[in-house]
Design a protein around this ligand. Structure first.
Ligand code: ZN
Length: 267
């Protein structure tokens, strides 16, 4: 007679062993990657597994959101927040991670920026909203940020940073299915908040753009608005005080060409 819970235990054991193996390989890759990752964890590599589970990602996102709300002034303009949220939800529903509960928040700041925390928490400033000319352009910025969430870019950066700071031991605590809690969650959220204003890698930007184009098209927005945004940012990048978004999501002609190509592929 076989014990009923045995196959389940075996499956869990195999899943945990697989994740542990991924962590070890990732650690080895980081060691080989050297200084690049230490300087900016947003570096992309071909081998890029995510072992922080979705439940933990959502918990980290929720805590990062609370940190951000202490750090920044959230817009009290209810109509504006509702409008941004409506555009964001329309896009998020067509994303590859539509199962997440997205939250779109307007930050009342002249800083021209937008960013995405793990778990579907997305922020856009009144500063950038002033520069956008229509709803398609707002959708372009939000679609790009949803693209970062779909590809788990900030989560991957957090994972690297946690591995660099705490090594494999603390990451092993994340291997369970019960999510992340206590001191580890606090630490992860602190790191996650500090990473939000770092520069994204070229690869991350191209991925987020491609996903953004796909989502915009599916949601009925004009993806060409993304090109308008890139052109606007490129024009401003030569100025004396380039907007923050240029350092966090650097615009480039390469991105414009890739967006054009993605739009052509859509038809
Ligand atoms: Zn970006």
């Amino acid at each position: 007679m076989t014990h009923r819970s045995e196959p389940m235990m075996e499956r869990r054991g195999r899943a945990a062993a697989k994740r542990l193996l991924m962590i070890l390989v990732l650690l080895a890759a980081m060691t080989l990657g050297g200084d690049a990752w230490a300087q900016n964890p947003f570096t992309s590599t071909e081998f890029d597994p995510v072992f922080i589970g979705e439940q933990s990602e959502i918990e980290i996102g929720k805590n990062t959101d609370q940190e951000l709300r202490k750090k920044y002034r959230i817009s009290t303009d209810r109509r504006l927040n509702e409008r941004i949220n409506a555009i964001g939800q329309r896009l998020a529903a067509r994303s590859a991670r539509s199962n997440l509960k997205y939250k779109f928040t307007v930050i009342d700041d002249e800083l021209v920026n937008a960013f995405a925390a793990p778990g579907g928490y997305i922020y856009i400033t009144t500063g950038i909203l002033k520069k956008l000319k229509n709803e398609d352009q707002i959708a372009g910025v939000l679609g790009h940020e949803i693209g970062h969430v779909v590809h788990k870019h900030s989560l991957k950066a957090l994972q690297r940073q946690m591995l660099a700071q705490f090594g494999v031991q603390i990451m092993a605590a994340m291997l369970g299915d019960g999510g992340i809690s206590g001191a580890l969650l606090v630490k992860a959220s602190e790191i996650s908040t500090s990473l939000l204003l770092l520069k994204n890698s070229r690869e991350n930007e191209l991925q987020a753009d491609a996903e953004g184009v796909r989502i915009m098209h599916a949601a009925g927005y004009n993806p060409r608005a993304m090109i308008d945004i890139q052109r606007m940012l490129l024009r401003e990048s030569g100025g004396k005080n380039p907007p923050a978004i240029i350092s966090t999501h650097p615009p480039s002609q390469e991105r414009i060409d890739a967006i054009e190509q993605a739009i052509r592929n859509m038809r």
